[in-house]
Write a protein that binds this ligand. Structure first.
Ligand code: SF4
Ligand code: SF4
Ligand code: FES
Length: 362
């Protein structure tokens, strides 16, 4: 264990803990932009500077391991001035093209700290025009606007460390530095899986959710469990006018944290789709009791009792006429464990076949 002093308070933390981690664990807020608790510390933005007794210059707390006997201060007039300067420099390259972002503007971390530190950039230092094309990548889900990018590299690390795809990288140096997909290609060409992790970790809205642009902000967020596969990821549905307008990661999700796949994050349009089946349907000849037509005829809507009676009758006919193994049962990851257990019982004990499987194995 390491003993050190943070703002006059003695702390004891495991060896290897950074000053930022120790501060967070003890309820001390240090402003950050490039750091995220899920990602490897980067030390790029310098907003998290702290004063260490005896050190010549302020240190980045996100990459500074706490050391025995160290004396650290997180709030001084010089640190405030240093952070203001960092924010001013970032703003000289931050251009808002005026579109309505999907992500909550209140949660734009750069603008949050700009407001907290009361940073007002003189008009003549503000960028007059965008340097990059807005919506510059054809990815169907990820909206890219590098005019809002502060080069924090959270997208680079999220793609590499959370999703394991290594799509984003940093290109060029100095004023020309920018993030780039692969060897300066489109995201999909660079093997992007459209999981949206880079969007979830981006602190400025430079990466955003394309499907949700211009839809405004939700009236409420509802935490739910994904219906697609058996992993059981959780996330927040953002709901406005009784419609899902986007899905956002919920860091408190016990199984997946911030991580989601493309289906969980972007595959929600089926919920309100005009073609979605909301009532059972059967072939018309099965209701009429007429012989099966060559093309099996049209589908018609019916009630659940009728649909289930017809299904039970046809399954029994198949089992009795052709044997139990003529029937196969395929269940779904959209069902609960208990429902899948019942399907297994239904296949083995009611029908009498071991031909039962589940869509998650396909
Ligand atoms: S959407 Fe996912 S796979 Fe694609 S670049 Fe972003 S993090 Fe990487
Ligand atoms: S796109 Fe966002 S996450 Fe990536 S470097 Fe720029 S600001 Fe950071
Ligand atoms: S948060 Fe520490 S340098 Fe960016």
């Amino acid at each position: 264990m390491i003993k050190f002093t943070l703002n006059d308070k003695e702390l004891e933390v495991p060896d290897g803990t950074t000053v930022l981690q120790a501060a967070r664990a003890n309820g001390v807020t240090i402003p950050t932009l490039c750091d995220h608790p899920d990602l490897t510390p980067y030390g790029g933005c310098r907003l998290c500077i702290v004063e260490v007794e005896g050190a010549r210059v302020p240190q980045a707390s996100c990459t500074l391991p706490a050391g025995n006997g160290m004396k650290v201060r997180t709030e001084t007039a010089a640190l405030t001035q240093g952070r203001k300067t960092v924010l001013e420099l970032l703003l000289t390259n931050y251009y808002d093209s005026g579109y309505t972002p999907s992500k909550d503007p209140e949660k734009n971390e750069l603008l949050h700290w700009v407001q907290q530190y009361d940073v007002k950039l003189p008009e003549d230092l503000k960028p007059k025009q965008p340097r990059y094309n807005v919506n510059s990548d054809p990815n169907p889900f990820v909206f890219v606007d590098l005019n809002k990018c502060i080069l924090c590299s959270r997208c680079v690390r999220a793609c590499a460390e959370v999703q394991g795809r290594f799509v984003w990288g940093l290109s060029d140096r100095g004023y020309d530095a920018h993030i780039v997909a692969g060897a300066d290609m489109t995201m999909l060409e660079a093997r992007c899986e459209s999981c949206g992790a880079c969007v979830a970790y981006c602190p400025t809205g430079a990466l955003d959710n394309k499907m949700s642009m211009e839809l405004g902000q939700p009236a409420k967020q509802v935490m739910t469990t994904c219906t697609y596969c058996g992993v059981g990821c959780q996330f927040d549905l953002n709901v406005k006018d009784n419609k899902i307008i986007r899905v956002t990661s919920n860091p408190a999700a016990p199984v997946n944290g911030m991580h989601l796949c493309v289906k969980g994050r972007y595959g929600y349009d089926f919920v309100h789709h005009a073609d979605r089946l909301t009532k059972p349907r059967v072939r018309k000849y099965l209701i009429d009791g007429t012989p099966r037509a060559h093309d099996r005829g049209a589908w018609v809507e019916t009630d659940w009792n009728t649909a289930l009676s017809i299904t039970a009758k046809k399954l029994a006919e198949a089992r009795d006429n052709f044997g139990a193994d003529s029937v196969g049962v395929l269940s779904s990851a959209k069902c609960l464990n208990e429902e899948n257990y019942l399907m297994n019982k239904f296949a083995r004990q009611v029908i009498g076949t071991n031909g039962v499987d589940h869509c998650a194995r396909l």
